[in-house]
Each structure stands twice: as C-alpha cells, then as structure tokens.
Design a protein around this ligand. Structure first.
Ligand code: GP9
Ligand code: MN
Length: 637
C-alpha cells in the first residue's frame, strides 16, 4: 500500500516536476518567512492552510495548454517569492505585514529611501531567492530536454482542488472563533499570518482592503449607528474636572513634535554625560508623562500628528494623511481656532511629504511653513538641520505674536530620523562600546536633537516668547532600532567583546516584550514660570493627549476616544494591531500572550474585556475615517 502511494507520487512527480517544486519550495519559503518575522516555528495551521492554497493555485495549471504550463509555475513562483521578500523587509521596518491597502503609503516610504536601504534590507531577505534559482534551473532544463509535460486535464485539476478543499476543511476545524474573526479585522495582520500563513494572508488582505470601498456602499448605516452609540455612552457621564482643569486657558502653546525621540534616551548618561540634559531639566520642572506611548501605524510621523490632533486611532487600511485627507476631523487645532487663536505649523522638510500641505490645512492650521519658507543653509539627513530650523522659526513666531492673538504652533523636527548616519554636523558624543553602532549613533543624534531644543528654548526666552506660553514636547514614535541592538546595549561584556546570553552570569534579563515596553516616548508639558515637578506614570497613549490638554486649556471635544489621563488610575493603551498595555500587563494580540508588568494575577476576563475594547476603538476610528462620520454626526445635531 505505502509502496503504491510512493510510486504514485513518483509518477506524478515525473509528470509534473514543476508543480511539485512550486508547491514544496513555496511552502518552505512561507515557513521561513514566519521564522524570520514572527518566529512561529512549529505552528501546523499555517502550513496546512498555505498548502491548501498552493494546491489550489497549482490545480489551475491543468486549465493551461501544456506548453505554457511550466511558465505558469515560474510566474507563480516569482509572485510567491516576491510576497515573501516584501513581507520580510516590511516586517523589519514596521513589525507588521504588507497590505495592498497601504500601496499609496509606500510613496512616502520611497522618500525615506536611504533609511530603507541602510536599515531595512537585510541578508535574511535574500534567502527566499533559492526557490527562484531552483525553479529557473528546472524550467530551463525541462524546456531544453523537451521532457514529458503533462497534458491539459480537468480531472487532475478537480483532484488537486478537492485535496486542497479537504486539507483546508480539516484544518479549519482547529481554527478558533477569534482567529476566524481576525480575517475581517484588517489590523490584526500578525495574527492572520500566524494562523493562516503568508499567502493566505495576502489573499485575505486583498479582500479586506477592498472592504472599505465595498462598505462605503453597504456598511455605512451600521457604522454610523455603532459610532453614535459609542460616543453617546462615552459622553453620557458628566465631564470630570480636576486640579488641571483650565489651568492654561488662553495661554500660547508651542508644540514640539520630536522625530523618533524615544524614552530610552531620557535620563540616560554615558560616562557621566547625559544624552538629553535639556529635556531632563524640562521634565523635572514640568509635568512629565513617563509611561507614554505613540500609537502609530504605517503612517508613522503623520499618524502621530493625526492621533495627537484627533484622539482617534490611525486608519487600519492606508494612512489618513494620504488616503483620507478629504474627510472632516474634530481636531485640537480647530478647537484652539474656535477660541480665537492663530494656529500654525512649521517643518524643515517638503510640504508635500506625508501630504502635509493638504492635511495641515484640513486639520485647521492657518498656515504651514515648510521647506520653501526656510533657507536651507545646513542639512542633516532628510533636510534642514534642527538647529537651523529652530533658529529661523524664532522670527516667524515673533511675527505671529505681533498679530496680537494667542497662538498655537507646532514645530516638527527632522534631524533625528532613522538611519542616524548623517552625523558630521553633530558633536562627538562618546557612547563607549556603542560608538559607531546604530544605537550608539542614535544616542549621538538624540544628543544633537536635545541641544537643538535647548538652544531653541534659550532663544525663545531671550525674545520674551516663553512668557504666558506652554511648551508641549512629544516623541512622535520609537526609533525603530532592532532588538539585537538593545541586547548589545544591556548585555555587552566588555571583557570578552561578546553579548551575554541567558546562560551567562551577569546577564540582564531582556526579552522581546521588554523591548516593546521600551518603545515608550516622552511627553512633557512645561512652562517657564511654574515648577510642577510632577511625574504621571499611568500608561498613556497619544490618543489621550487631546482630552488631557483639552481639560487644561478649556477645549471641548465631542469625538474623543481617549481620556483625560489626570482622571485615570489605570488605562488601556491600544496599539494599531489590537495589542495593548495596562499597568498590569502587555498583551500581544498576535501571539495571544499576556506579559506581566505588575506581577499581579490577572483573569481571562481581564484580557477579553480589554481586547474587545481594543478592537472597538480601532473599529470606531476606522468607521469615522472611512465614512466621514464626524461631518454626518455634526449635521445631525
Ligand atoms: C519627514 C518626517 C519623517 O518630514 O516627518 O517621517 P517618518 O519617516 O518618521 O514617518
Ligand atoms: Mn517620525
């Protein structure tokens, strides 16, 4: 019996070598892809589901004329390899998987091209090419020798398709309801890959990416109802006041959106020299939110701006600044405008970058001073250096002040952008054994960014621009430095020149979850005249900024998903893939794993409730963004 099966397989292989090669090589690559990304080595479900999909794809070959059949498998192999390479690279940069819905966003990624080449393209991305080498070899060999090619045969096709169906059906029995639901939740990308495999993910992504368009036709009414119900419940309680209510009402605001400023640099020193002496002083004197996370998706900088301004989660398909720039949003800028402020933004990069010139107008800025408004006399990385940018911004702020109204100004910095390799204009900064490494360069670059902010504050002070003014500083997102560099930082043994491992004495425990928790960014509120000396360590997300500042400045937002952090003892900070962090745990939605933070025991119910909340707020944000619901809800008032 076994002999029979083996000989049958052998004959089928001899008749269809390309078919076999395609299936086996593509399957091995899909496993490799998971190994180099989410490190899920032994999962069987994705193997079987990918196998079923590959069999289905292979079955179509029986519809093709025999002379074109090998070419079909060659083309399919190229597509499969491309999927693996793109996703492998994409994962390095975004810790997520690529999506068709994000194609428009990739134009912005092209603009940070250097960062991609230096940081993202890694040797692991090339391992998938072996499939092409083997397939091309066979393709040429088979064509040359005119070996038997199997004929067009609908019976064979049916057989293959049926086996695909059976494999899929049996595996489907083991897929849990939550895993099924991830198929329709576009943001749960990691979970989909770890359950269904990369190829099936990519196919399902195609359909979920079409969904907003289809939903636009069908799902609108339900989305509107859910969203209205959500806010009705959220806004039903009386607005809570606290000791911060209206403390800054009427004061000027200067917001510094600090590129890639991550909290690992805060209060850190090398050989007695602080990385961020200026920021350390500000956070000591001001109100410092020390457990603050940015909640960006693929829109990185622009998502940070969006969530800061609107208290909504970023879009799960595409990027608001690029794909949904024409919707109406309730923004902090508009609320200041309503209080008769002048509202401006400034940035040393091109105005078109991230579609800012259009989106800043939409958000309510009166004017956006971008590259064209500055003399590009000194460049670092992507453009004008932070020091020159801040220097030149002083006179602009003076002019705005002279208009006689209170003002709200956002300044977006640029120099501290990955890959942190354009250091020639930055002072030497000795990071010891980290010198010259990516993370060492990062600290040197942050040291520069900190100096630029320090100089800026001195200049503001000299010009009297700190009087009656509140300074707000936030890191826009983490520095996107790989895990291995953190191991280097925490576990380098100077004597041996090696990185300690768990088995070694003196090893500082540090795992992938500690790494995620380390991605927090600073958020600081500071004024010249009052010493607040306050640290708030409640977990906080970018989504909570608008309600928190809103309370301090007396703004009334109606469509905020976040909360005034001053009213909370604990919080659920949701990330764009549905993972979340509280005082007690970090929950990874992809791995379905809770990582303890406080050490307290937690129940399944604790996780389920918060996980549902995470999905709800992502969904409500997506509803608002996709269907332009703010406008509608305002009209209905
Ligand atoms: C460029 C800057 C960088 O103007 O905001 O964007 P990022 O690559 O961080 O999203
Ligand atoms: Mn950024």
């Amino acid at each position: 019996m076994i002999k029979e099966i083996i000989s049958k397989i052998k004959t089928t292989f001899n008749n269809n070598p390309m078919l076999f090669l395609f299936i086996i090589a593509s399957l091995i690559n899909s496993i490799l892809l998971r190994v180099v990304t989410i490190k899920n080595y032994f999962a069987l479900k994705p193997i079987f589901i990918d196998l079923a999909l590959l069999l289905l794809i292979a079955s179509f070959s029986f519809l093709i004329k025999k002379k074109n059949c090998n070419r079909y498998f060659l083309i399919m192999s190229i597509i499969m390899v491309a999927i693996c390479i793109i996703n492998s690279m994409y994962y390095t940069y975004y810790k997520s998987f690529a999506s068709i819905s994000l194609l428009a966003t990739s134009t912005a990624i092209v603009d940070v091209g250097d960062a991609i080449v230096e940081n993202v393209l890694q040797p692991k991305d090339f391992i998938f090419l072996w499939e092409l080498i083997v397939v091309i070899y066979f393709y040429r060999h088979l064509n040359k020798n005119k070996t038997k090619e199997r004929s067009k045969n609908s019976k064979n096709m049916a057989k293959l398709a049926l086996s695909a169906l059976i494999i899929f059906g049996i595996t489907a029995l083991f897929v849990t309801p939550s895993e099924w639901s991830s198929l329709s939740k576009i943001w749960r990308r990691e979970e989909r890959v770890s359950t269904f495999g990369i190829y099936t993910y990519q196919v399902s992504d195609f359909f979920t990416s079409l969904q907003p368009g289809i939903n636009n036709l069908f799902g609108h009414d339900q989305a509107l109802k859910n969203t209205m119900d959500f806010f009705e419940e959220k806004n039903s309680e009386d607005k809570q006041t606290n000791e911060y209510t209206n403390i800054f009402k009427g004061k000027n605001v200067i917001v510094i959106h600090a590129e890639s400023l991550q909290s690992i640099a805060i209060n850190k020193e090398f050989d007695g020299v602080e990385v961020t002496p200026n920021l350390n002083k500000l956070l000591k004197e001001g109100i410092y939110f020390s457990n603050f996370y940015s909640q960006v998706g693929v829109g990185t900088s622009s998502d940070a701006e969006f969530t800061f301004a609107t208290s909504l989660m970023p879009s799960s398909s595409g990027t608001v600044f690029i794909n949904y720039y024409d919707r109406e949003y309730d923004t902090i800028q508009k609320k200041f405008k309503k209080q008769d402020y002048n509202v401006y933004s400034m940035h040393g990069n091109k105005g078109t970058f991230w579609n800012r010139d259009i989106m800043h107008q939409n958000m309510g800025y009166d004017n956006f001073f971008s590259e064209e408004s500055y003399v590009i006399d000194e460049t670092i990385g992507l453009g004008l250096s932070d020091k020159s940018f801040f220097k030149q911004s002083i006179s602009k702020i003076q002019n705005i002040k002279e208009e006689g109204k209170p003002y709200y100004i956002t300044l977006l910095t640029l120099s501290n952008h990955t890959p942190f390799s354009d250091l020639s204009l930055m002072d030497e900064y000795d990071t010891g054994y980290l010198n010259g490494t990516l993370i060492g360069n990062y600290f040197r670059s942050v040291h520069y960014a900190d100096q630029a902010i320090g100089d800026f504050i001195n200049d503001l002070d000299k010009e009297g621009l700190l009087d009656n003014t509140v300074l707000v500083i936030y890191g826009d997102h983490d520095a996107r430095i790989d895990y291995q560099y953190y191991q280097l930082m925490y576990n380098y043994d100077e004597e041996t020149g090696m990185i300690l491992t768990e088995e070694d004495e003196g090893y500082t425990p540090y795992n992938e979850y500690d790494y995620i928790i380390d991605k927090k960014v600073p958020f600081i509120i500071w004024t010249k005249d009052t010493n607040y000396n306050t640290e708030i360590d409640t977990p906080m997300g970018m989504i909570d900024v608008y309600p928190t500042l809103g309370n301090m400045f007396g703004l009334d937002g109606q469509y905020q998903i976040g909360n005034d952090i001053m009213n909370l003892d604990d919080n659920t900070v949701v990330f764009t893939d549905g993972s979340f962090i509280t005082k007690k745990i970090y929950y990874d939605s992809g791995q379905k794993e809770a990582y303890p933070i406080s050490g307290e025991a937690i129940s399944d119910d604790y996780i389920t409730k918060r996980s549902e909340y995470a999905d709800t707020i992502i969904e409500i944000s997506n509803n608002i963004i996709t269907y332009d619901l703010i406008k509608e809800m305002e009209d209905q008032k």
